[in-house]
Design a protein around this ligand. Sequence first.
Ligand code: UDP
Length: 364
Amino acid sequence: MTNSQLELVLVSTPIGHLGSGAGGGVELTLSSLIKGLLDLGHKVIVVAPDGSDLPTGCAQAEIKTIKGIDQPSWQHQLVDAPVIIPNKGVLPRLWDEALELGKTADAVLNFSYDWLPIWLTQHVQVDLFHLISMGHVSHTMTSLISEVACLNPSRFAFHTQRQAQDYSLNSDPIVVGNGFDLGLYQVQLKEEGPIGWAGRIAPEKGLEDAVAVAAALEDRLVVWGLIEDSDYASAIENSAPQGTIDWRGFLITSELQKQLGSCRVLLNTPKWNEAYGNVVVEAMACGVPVIAYDRGGPGELITSGVTGWLVPPDDIRAMTSAVSRVEEINRSACRKWVERFASKEAFAKRVESWIIKNINNRDE
Ligand code: UDP
């Protein structure tokens, strides 16, 4: 091992195995970061639920897969729900393994939005870091993250400033953005094509608003993503004229990017304070302008008039009229923004410098 090589343990989300789609954007974040950290010469050990595989091209990393019952995701519980850990749950088992590995590693990086790893921060000797993947969805989680981050600010990073604003912090947040393996995304410069929407099919993603925009334009909306809530999906289907929604299901990145790139525009309609908005940046990586609500991460990722248009949150009429202004956007400018700010290389360097600055340096 060289002096500058770090041994890093990356702990995945406990709500599904890597590749299942249940982990939403966290899965892609982790996959880009594994590649980016390996390219920087670090040793990477991934701890993830059983069924997970290392992303393609990451054979130099090690993976430890752990059996156990999936953790329920916080965004699908009531905001005042208590902490639940199922019997034989995978979450504590992931942390048994991670803390053992952490005894000899330089740092353990947590990607799971859960009570247990955050609480552990102050109670273990290993250098534990958290990349927080969501904004406020639970009083218990928001209070815990705020309290522990005030005591240990250097141990917490966020994807965007807007996400970090959901937490009561006593210093400027560490913001690391996100990163994408741009070799996997091809730019398509053709401006004609359908209106697209991508994301988990769940109420916080606001698909119904994008469907209303397509219906108002008497157009079709192509939709990609995992149906997490089938009652919600059927209610949306029934709310729009037949044929408005073209359901394409959950696709792997290579196929998703091909189809995304053929769109003239992507609509992004979050109803929550989206921490980042991977699909926004993935569309831009393919040259697709994005029209989004000016809420959460997408409000920081899109430059109105350059890479798309931001419209007031929940304003379906404004979004509908912005669709006609999409030809004012240069598709190459969308890709350039991603190359500059959201490549896996840039992201891995931001994460690396956060960790290097803070290992062996406790805040207290
Ligand atoms: N996604 C995918 N295939 C699909 C639709 C979505 O792999 O057919 C992925 C997409 O690449 C993105 C994630 O699902 O990484 C959604 O992440 P985002 O940050 O947009 O939202 P989250 O689900 O984390 O709230």
